[in-house]
Design a protein around this ligand. Structure first.
Ligand SMILES: Nc1nc2c(c(=O)[nH]1)N(C=O)[C@@H](CNc1ccc(C(=O)N[C@@H](CCC(=O)O)C(=O)O)cc1)CN2
Ligand SMILES: Nc1ncnc2c1ncn2[C@@H]1O[C@H](COP(=O)(O)OP(=O)(O)OP(=O)(O)O)[C@@H](O)[C@H]1O
Length: 182
């Protein structure tokens, strides 16, 4: 547990240090890799996330998928303090918990086919560390009916993560120079 928190602290600091130019250029490569991968699945309902704290910026790609007819959704923290996904029209957003932008309550809750999952650190076995509040882990624990795709910069990789019973493995992790498949 201590080790997990140490990795989280270190990797958050590393990501925060990323300058905007590098972040944008890495993000566009990662998003391009993700786009090709998503199109291969033949699934049409894709959950993304609204990037915070230097996370890989996938917003442009989500908007592109939307114009191509994909159903897009974004995470929301509902009044029960649980992670859910709401449809997004690729334009309108309102501020939610932690100050993160999310679709308003006018948009329906959905269960996506593909969940593009932000992460703080990952390993080659497709284990993931997030912010440590357990939102994604609790969501994934309830169902396994979707593809879980981790989205990360390659510098977020660590040698190995000590997993706990609740930790969900990603089906694959996409970075700017690799696609790690479980
Ligand atoms: N873009 C994005 N949206 C998301 C998540 C995510 O990981 N990324 N979430 C996944 O769970 C949920 C929000 N969860 C969060 C959990 C903790 C913190 C948090 O503790 N933030 C610290 C700052 C972290 C840092 O030091 O960089 C803070 O507010 O002090 C933020 C969001 C839903 N939406
Ligand atoms: N299915 C679950 N049911 C109840 N509690 C859970 C579940 N999954 C995770 N938790 C709790 O959430 C907390 C955070 O979990 P963990 O450290 O694995 O987060 P994480 O790997 O950083 O991922 P996340 O992005 O989901 O926060 C832990 O206290 C854990 O016990």
């Amino acid at each position: 547990m201590i080790q997990k928190q140490a990795i989280r602290d270190y990797k958050l600091r590393e990501r925060r240090a990323l300058n905007a130019v590098v972040r944008n250029s890495l993000s566009s490569i990662i998003a391009e890799n993700a786009l090709l991968f998503i199109k291969n699945f033949g699934l049409t309902s894709v959950a993304g996330y609204y990037p915070i704290n230097g996370e890989v910026d996938i917003l442009y790609m989500l908007k592109q998928l939307y114009t191509e007819g994909y159903e897009i959704s974004l995470p929301v923290i509902d009044s029960d303090d649980r992670l859910k996904f709401r449809f997004w029209d690729a334009v309108n957003l309102t501020e939610g918990k932690y100050g993160i932008m999310e679709p308003s309550k006018n948009f329906q809750i959905t269960v996506p086919d593909i969940i593009l999952t932000p992460l703080v650190a990952f390993d080659r076995c497709c284990n993931r560390i997030g912010y440590g509040k357990g939102y994604y882990d609790r969501f994934f624990f309830n169902s396994n009916s979707y593809k879980k795709i981790g989205i990360a910069y390659s510098f977020q990789e660590v040698a190995s993560i000590n997993i706990e019973e609740y930790d969900a493995k990603m089906d694959c992790i996409i970075t700017e120079n690799s696609i790690v498949i479980r």
